[in-house]
Every structure is written in C-alpha cells, then in structure tokens.
Design a protein around this ligand. Structure first.
Ligand code: RB5
Length: 158
C-alpha cells in the first residue's frame, strides 16, 4: 500500500496520534505532517494544505485529515483539483466514499468520533476498493464542470 499522509489541528491532535499508532502497528507506511503542537491552537487550512500537496505529489498515496468537526479540513482540502476529500463519521459513508467516490482523503472530526469508531472507519476506508465504471465517469464530470465558466453568456436566466 502507498503512503498515508496524516494531518490535524489542535482539535484533532489526540485522534491523529491514536490513528498514527494504529496504522504504524498495522505496518502501514505513514507520514505524520503535523500538527506537532499538541493542544496548542493552530490553523487547520495549513495542515490541509500540507497533506493535499503531499498526496498530489505522490500518485497513489492517500491522506487522513482530522480537525474538530471535520468540516474545515473538508472545505480546505476540496478546493484543490484532484482532491476528493470525504468527511466520514461512520462506517457506511467511509465504505461508499471509496466504492463510488474514490476518495483520496479521509476526513474525521476529533470532537465527533471516538478512537474505536475512528479506527474502524480508517480500516474500512483503507481496504475498500473503487468500483470504477459509471462512477469514474462521474468523477471526470466533476473535474470537467468545475473547469467551466459559471457565467451565463446570454444573461442570467434566474
Ligand atoms: C477548532 O476550534 C475548530 O474550529 C476546527 O478544528 C474545525 O472543527 C473547523 O472546522
């Protein structure tokens, strides 16, 4: 399996440490990109950006981001083309985010999920393959449409 890059802010630090140990115990190749500052307040977009850069620079790799709710990390990461960040706080979404969405980033809320559930989410997400087929076409459509102008050439119809 390719490298898994980890990132968090202060609200996700404790869960990130737990997931780091969990993955290391399973002999998954993992790189911790911070935060390294424990509970000290840091800005989640900076850690989202670090993990996004690493994932895009290493084809086949994936990332895990953890903040308080998972919302800020999701919003920050999904601004970048080629990133498909999935906020998963339970198993079903984690599974579907791989099967249908080929998510290359898993996002969780350290103030939402406990360590036991988070480990199950991570395990499911890491071991579920992408189904491809019609789902691949839809992913390509996301990229195509997001590159198109949002202007109405004939004037706003609304
Ligand atoms: C930090 O207090 C919190 O806002 C952050 O971790 C995250 O939940 C933002 O979406």
């Amino acid at each position: 399996m390719e490298t898994i890059f980890l990132g968090c802010d202060h609200a996700g630090f404790s869960l990130k440490q737990n997931i780091l140990a969990f993955l290391t115990n399973m002999s998954v190749q993992v790189r911790d990109l911070g935060s390294d500052h424990g509970d000290a307040s840091v800005n989640y977009p900076e850690y989202a950006h670090k993990v996004v850069r690493a994932v895009l620079a290493n084809p086949g790799s994936r990332g895990i981001l953890i903040c308080g709710t998972g919302l800020g990390m999701s919003m920050a990461a999904n601004r970048f083309p080629g990133i498909r960040a999935a906020l998963c706080q339970e198993i079903y979404t984690a599974r579907m985010s791989r099967l249908h969405n080929d998510a290359n980033l898993l996002v969780m809320g350290g103030r939402i999920v406990g360590p036991g559930l988070a480990q199950e989410i991570v395990l499911t997400w890491l071991t579920t393959p992408f189904e491809g087929g019609r789902h691949q076409q839809r992913l390509e459509l996301i990229e195509t449409l997001s590159n198109q102008s949002l202007e109405y050439p004939e004037g706003d119809p609304t």
